[in-house]
Design a protein around this ligand. Structure first.
Ligand code: 6GU
Length: 242
């Protein structure tokens, strides 16, 4: 997968050199480049923002540098990249969207700052490529950079060969619309607290049942919205008594 990120704070993306994303870059699974938006300015002050039409506080990112940046990074390419714009006004970022983005050959991230990017940039881009504004949740960040770190971490681990154990993708939280059951490792007793007996029983049927019930209970308590959205056809008879 190819990934381009445009930001006025490229240093913010330095963590992309680390850990499994860094490894995916080193072995060629991920061809990632970070670009400074000011590369595409032409005035001595390298201006990227201006006051909002209609008034109000803050500044808005001017369209010209963004237009040139997108022209440069998405030249009449077939297929074009998927433009992802992190913003609190976007659609919620979910595991399903992570899977969708992981299937794209080329992602282009536009990191806005201030009160956002002039809307015409996104409207114009949408005439030539898929554009998705994505939100991490119902709160406001300074800019899109940290959101890109989050989105790319969720996407990269879905790419073939990035996770050592692909089985990790199978049962994890959100894979089936449920939160995952609690996990334990050795020692069996720690500070007077025991690992649930069933997990040490070696009875794989009982263990699977216990984990399923724990996942349902945890989801009911913490994320009733997920439980309500669950396809009832995926429940079995014993789920109903849990
Ligand atoms: Cl993706 N960007 C910004 N700037 N704020 C956010 C967000 C994204 N998601 C939630 N708040």
């Amino acid at each position: 997968m190819r990934v381009d990120i445009v930001s006025i704070f490229p240093e913010y993306l330095a963590p992309l050199d680390l850990s499994l994303i860094g490894k995916a870059r080193a072995n060629g699974t991920l061809r990632l480049a970070v670009h400074d938006l000011r590369t595409w300015t032409h005035d001595v002050h390298r201006t990227v923002d201006d006051t909002p039409y209609g008034g109000g506080p803050g500044m808005v990112m001017r369209p010209e540098p963004w237009g040139e940046a997108l022209d440069s990074l998405a030249p009449a390419e077939v297929p074009p990249p998927h433009l992802v714009v992190p913003a609190p006004t976007g659609v919620p970022f979910t595991q399903a969207l992570a899977h969708e983005l992981a299937a794209a050959p080329h992602l282009l991230f536009a990191c806005g700052r201030y009160e956002g990017i002039d809307q015409r940039v996104l409207d114009h881009a949408a005439t030539r490529m898929p554009v998705t504004e994505v939100s991490l949740g119902d709160y406001v960040l300074f800019g899109g950079e940290v959101a890109v770190l989050v989105i790319l971490e969720a996407v990269t681990r879905l790419l073939p060969g990035v996770l050592g154990n692909a089985g990790s993708l199978e049962d994890e939280s959100h894979a089936h619309g449920l939160l995952e059951a609690p996990m334990y490792t050795k020692p069996a007793t720690w500070r007077g607290l025991d690992v649930p007996e069933v997990l040490r029983s070696g009875d794989h049927g009982r263990i699977a049942r216990w984990r399923r019930d724990a996942a349902l209970t945890r989801t009911a308590l913490r994320r009733p919205d997920l439980l309500a959205a669950l396809d009832l056809g995926t429940l079995d008879k014993r789920d109903m008594v849990a």
